[in-house]
Structure formats: structure tokens, C-alpha cells
Design a protein around this ligand. Structure first.
Ligand code: ADP
Ligand code: MG
Length: 612
């Protein structure tokens, strides 16, 4: 047999690697803005045309590059920011992988002008397909200007994958806001198709927030600031009346890096509990600072994720800091404070913050631990007290007895079923065979039940009824982030309403990720992600059955996936429940796909067999 493995040609390998870092114009925007910040710029201009598809240009007045560095900068893994592996634990710059410029040069046409302050002349470079096509000295202002033209001109498949200009522009503005928010001292501007969209003067964080989110927040921001020797937090949260029905203005930064964290988001939300309607989202712009050794920003090159050394402390700290800020604000509401109707009814708002409440708030564990200066690291990581209401909430979710209405799809396939009338023999013990079959005595014989198939039928009917009565949801203790491949994310987004009506509580969180707030009540904690991945797998596998609606297919997949498996040992109680549930079904005797769920052995048949 001939050898079949070949090395990819350099340019192809580069294009593939670049796909990791540069997925769309907005990714280049982020990288180029961050480079300008790392270069110490005090003014940064972003210019885009055609939503960045034709041009993304960033001009900064930072320290510029020498002629040699200008060329080096475009090599893969070329960086001035780390030298040794230890440096990874002390990152203070935005970039450090040395991949951004190399990636951009692999998938676009690049022009760069750069000059260092003490040099007479600067350097001009043109690069295409990772190859320098022109290099010459040039006159240039101090700093760097990099233009990325015709993104993916050499990778048409990726170019076709880009979304509409409106959607790509939205991504660009999002990145711009995130970077600009974190550096209010730096002047930023954004010009799109020749029109200036933003011009942000240098100012305080509050001024920057108002520039970016709008002046209506002027009297609506509550200052958050707490310092300990483990970590600091500062920033603003919106007063309760700025909470929105859709996830809107929520910004978390760790060491000035924008991050997404369902976990920290939850910490802030919980601090707002009782102050805003349950289904609304508070506004916040919060900056956490902590020793870089306490975090790992290396989780994924483009996903804005982060791992904390001790996330429980960070959670407790954020929650307590926001609570503290809100409590102070409730004591002294400002005059312009106007509440909208649904918030007004909440006790915490409609009643004045009493002295008792104040004492209660300030004697709470968390409040105590963190207001004692420099004690945050002593917060007991998991004081289970705070979880009390979760477990009582879980108790609430007892399976309701649903009236199952036959789905028309099943009618079509199997005809209108006759409800079976099988009476189990009371008090007769059930017998499990091979952890798969259950033998149940009936009035005139016995049933041999396949536990997995039977359960599949039960779940199928239960899920099917969910459009009349929403499936009970079990809140996840902490929201879980689910990152998917782009095609899976697209599929799940498409199925989201159906999936959520079946007891999941999923929310699209941008960039191919979702937050799992809740799952159907019978999914085990810790299994949330896996259950959805499985569901998608099954869905893809079975969705060739075009005769079914999306919903029907999902229900079938979920029933198949969630059913107890053959091989699982069951208690008497579990077996009894299963068989009772099965016999309650409209069509107990077959699975949705038509396999029998049980065999019935009638007494006379048995007698016959034994020739009695
Ligand atoms: P990283 O930022 O991870 O180091 P990049 O590929 O983004 O990797 O940049 C490579 C190097 O090029 C940087 O480490 C820096 O030395 C230099 N560089 C990039 N952009 C600029 C800029 N705007 N001004 C000065 N130097 C820059
Ligand atoms: Mg960089």
C-alpha cells in the first residue's frame, strides 16, 4: 500500500489555523484594537467598510515597530509579550499568543505602516497569502496603521459563511464597545463607510459608559467598588428600573479583558433578587481585578472564557459587592428615581429599606466577610446556606399527571388507539430479569415489560403533552455554558423554542454558545450539557424522517435519550411506577417507532401451552 499522509502546504495550513483566530471581521477588529492598546496608544481609530468585509483598519499612536519587528510581527507565534512559559502566569497585556497578525495575513490582504518615535522613517509593508509582497521605508506618523482588506479573498468557503452586513457590523460594534469600555482614558473612534459612528473622548469610566450606552443612564448608575487584597471590583450597576426584558447591557471584565461568564452573571442577578422582575436582566459594567496567577485566560484562543483558581470566592465577592452597592442605594434613593409598574410591587422596592432589613443585610455572612477589609479570601467557599432556596425549588417540581392528547402524527401512523385495560394484580411483587425485563402479574396472566422501551413510551407521551402543559423545568444550580460547533449551534438555535417547551431553559449567548438555565426535571444535575449534545446527535441522526415535524422529532429523540436503559437495576417502587405510568398511556403497547413495549401472557394461553 502506498503511503497516504502528506504535509499540508504552508499556505493551506496557515489558512486553517487562521480560522481559529479570525472567524469574521469582528475578530480582526478585536485583535487589532488590543494590539494598539498593548502598544500604549492614547488614541485609536477604527475604520471599516462593507461591515469589515472590504476593509478593517486600525490606526494607533502607540510605540510603533522597528523595521525588523514589522516583518517578524506577521510570523506565527511571534510575540514581544512573553518569552518563557512562566510569563504565561503573569500576563498583563491583552495579547500574548503571537497569532493574530499571522492569521490575518493568511486570510486577507494586509497593508501596514509603522514608525517608532525616535526613527526618521517608518516601514511600509504589503502582505498577501502570508507572503510579504512589498516592503519599503516610508514617512509615517508615530504609531501603527494596519489595514486588512478583502477578508477571506483566498478562502471563498469562509467568505460565503459570513453573515449579512448588518449582522457583521453588529459584531464589530460589540467588539468595539467591549474594548472601548475597558479603556476610558484612551480616545476611540469608529468610522463605518465614511461616516463617524463613535467618537469617544478620554474620560472617567462613568463618562465612557454614558458615551457608549447613552445618556439616559446618567442618573441611573450605582457605583460598585470594593477592595481586598485578594481581588478588587469596581464599576457600575444600573438601578433596578433600568433592567430589561432582554439581555442587554451586561459587561464583565477581568483584568480589563471582556469575558463571558454565566457564573458571574448569575452572581450579579442574584444580588438583584427581589429588586427586579424575575424575567428581566440588570444592566452592569463591572471590572474585576485579581492577580493573574489566580486565573487562566488560556482556555480558548477566541472564546471569551476564563477560569478562576477559586471561582466560589469570586462569585461570593461579586454578589456581595453588588448587594452592598444596591443596599446603599436603597437607603438613599435619588430624587429622579422612578419605578416602572412591575418593579413597584416588589416589597424590596415599595417598602422603605427598614432598619431591620439593614441590620439583616449587614449581618449576613457574605456581607460581613467582605466588608472586613482584606478578608475576602476568607469567605467560606460554599456556605450551603445560600443554596437553601434551590433545594426547596427542586422539591416543587413533582411530575404533574398530564392528560395526554394523542398527537395526530401517531394517529396517522397507527390509527386511533384503543385504550388498553390491563389490571395489575395488587400486592404481587414485581420481578426484574437481567436488569432489563420486568415481570408483572396481571389479573388474568402476566406482562413481560421491556423497561427501556416502556419508559420511552411513557416519556414520549409526557413530552407530547407539553404543548398543553409546559414540562416542569429544574433550574440548574448554576447556569452552565454550552459551547457548540457552528453548525450545531445553528441547529440548536433553530430548535430553541421547541427545546424550551420541552422543559429545557436554554438561552442563546452569542458566538455559538448557549446558557443552560434549566433542564427537564428528570435530567440529572451534571448531565445538562451531555443531554443536549446527545439530543442534537440523535436529532441529526433521525431527522432524515422528513415526515415528522421538528417538534415530533425532538420529542422522539428526547424520549429515546431519557429513557432508563436496559441493564439498569430498578427498585420495586421504580418498577411499579414505570408500569403504572405505562398503563396510563394512550398507546402503551408500542414505542413511538413501533417496537413492542411489553408482551402479554394470558392465563388461558399459558394453560394451553402446558396442555392443561
Ligand atoms: P500578540 O499580540 O499575541 O503578541 P500579534 O500577532 O497580535 O500577537 O502581534 C505580534 C507582535 O506584533 C506583538 O507582540 C507586538 O510586538 C507587535 N505589534 C502588533 N501590533 C502592534 C501595534 N499596533 N503597535 C506596535 N506593535 C505591534
Ligand atoms: Mg495581539
Amino acid at each position: 500500500m502506498p503511503d497516504i499522509i502528506q504535509l499540508l502546504p504552508d499556505n493551506l495550513a496557515n489558512q486553517i489555523a487562521a480560522g481559529e483566530v479570525i472567524q469574521r471581521p469582528a475578530s480582526a477588529v478585536k485583535e487589532l484594537l488590543e494590539n494598539a492598546i498593548d502598544a500604549g496608544a492614547t488614541e485609536i481609530k477604527l475604520i471599516v467598510t462593507d461591515a469589515g468585509k472590504a476593509l478593517v483598519q486600525v490606526i494607533d499612536n502607540g510605540k510603533g515597530m522597528s523595521m525588523t519587528d514589522a516583518r517578524m510581527a506577521f510570523e506565527r507565534h511571534a510575540t514581544s509579550k512573553i518569552r518563557a512559559i512562566e510569563d504565561l502566569f503573569h500576563i498583563r497585556t491583552m495579547g500574548f499568543r503571537g497569532e493574530a497578525l499571522a492569521s490575518i495575513a493568511a486570510v486577507a490582504q494586509v497593508e501596514m505602516k509603522t514608525r517608532q518615535e525616535h526613527e526618521q522613517l517608518g516601514t511600509y509593508l504589503e502582505i498577501e497569502n502570508s507572503k510579504v509582497t512589498k516592503q519599503e521605508p516610508c514617512a509615517a506618523p508615530t504609531g501603527t496603521s494596519i489595514s486588512m482588506k478583502n477578508l477571506f479573498f483566498n478562502v471563498p468557503a469562509r467568505r460565503n459563511f459570513l453573515k449579512s452586513n448588518a449582522a457583521e457590523m453588529r459584531h464589530i460594534v460589540d467588539e468595539f464597545i467591549r474594548v472601548a469600555m475597558a479603556f476610558p482614558k484612551i480616545i476611540f473612534s469608529l468610522t463605518a463607510n465614511g461616516q463617524q459612528v463613535y467618537y469617544l473622548e478620554s474620560g472617567s469610566l462613568k463618562q465612557r459608559i454614558l458615551q457608549l450606552l447613552g445618556n439616559q443612564y446618567n442618573t441611573k448608575l450605582v457605583h460598585v467598588a470594593e477592595q481586598t487584597d485578594y481581588m478588587n471590583i469596581q464599576g457600575f450597576v444600573g438601578k433596578p428600573d433600568t433592567a430589561r426584558k432582554t439581555r442587554g447591557e451586561q459587561y464583565f471584565f477581568v483584568n480589563n479583558r471582556f469575558i463571558r461568564s454565566a457564573y458571574l452573571n448569575h452572581a450579579v442577578n442574584s444580588a438583584f433578587e427581589g429588586l427586579i422582575a424575575k424575567d428581566s436582566f440588570p444592566t452592569y459594567v463591572l471590572f474585576i481585578e485579581l492577580d493573574p496567577t489566580q486565573l487562566d485566560i488560556n482556555v480558548h484562543p477566541t472564546k471569551q472564557e476564563i477560569k478562576f483558581e477559586d471561582e466560589k470566592i469570586v462569585y461570593a465577592f461579586v454578589q456581595a459587592a453588588v448587594k452592598h452597592a444596591l443596599a446603599q442605594f436603597s437607603v438613599a434613593p435619588s430624587l429622579d428615581f422612578s419605578l416602572n409598574a412591575d418593579i413597584q410591587q416588589l416589597d424590596a422596592v415599595s417598602k422603605p429599606f427598614t432598619e431591620t432589613q439593614q441590620t439583616q443585610a449587614s449581618s449576613s455572612d457574605l456581607y460581613q466577610t467582605f466588608t472586613q477589609k482584606n478578608q475576602a479570601h476568607k469567605i467560606a467557599p460554599s456556605s450551603n446556606k445560600g443554596l437553601g432556596h434551590w433545594s426547596s425549588m427542586l422539591d416543587q417540581f413533582k411530575q404533574p399527571e398530564e392528560q395526554w392528547q394523542q398527537s395526530s402524527t401517531e394517529d396517522l401512523l397507527y390509527g386511533k388507539p384503543k385504550k388498553q385495560s390491563i389490571a395489575l394484580k395488587q400486592d404481587a411483587p414485581l420481578l426484574q430479569l437481567h436488569n432489563t425485563y420486568i415481570i408483572a402479574s396481571a389479573m388474568n396472566g402476566f406482562l413481560l415489560v421491556h423497561q427501556q422501551l416502556a419508559h420511552e413510551r411513557v416519556l414520549y407521551e409526557r413530552y407530547g403533552a407539553a404543548h398543553q402543559q409546559k414540562m416542569p423545568t429544574q433550574k440548574t444550580l448554576f447556569p452552565v455554558t454550552l459551547d457548540l460547533s457552528t453548525p450545531d449551534a445553528v441547529l440548536l438555535e433553530d430548535l430553541l423554542p421547541e427545546v424550551n417547551s420541552l422543559g429545557y431553559q436554554l438561552e442563546y449567548f452569542g458566538k455559538d454558545s448557549f446558557i443552560i438555565h434549566g433542564t427537564p426535571a428528570d435530567i440529572l444535575a451534571g448531565n445538562e450539557k451531555h443531554s443536549i449534545e446527545l439530543l442534537l446527535e440523535q436529532y441529526k441522526h433521525f431527522s432524515s424522517d422528513v415526515k415528522f415535524s421538528k417538534r415530533e422529532q425532538l420529542i422522539r429523540c428526547m424520549a429515546r435519550q431519557q429513557a432508563i436503559k436496559a441493564g439498569q437495576s430498578l427498585s420495586q417502587q421504580e418498577m411499579l411506577q414505570l408500569i403504572e405510568d405505562l398503563l396510563q398511556c394512550q398507546t402503551p403497547n408500542i414505542t413511538p417507532s413501533g417496537s413492542p413495549t411489553y408482551l402479554e401472557y394470558k392465563e388461558d394461553y399459558l394453560d394451553n401451552m402446558f396442555r392443561k
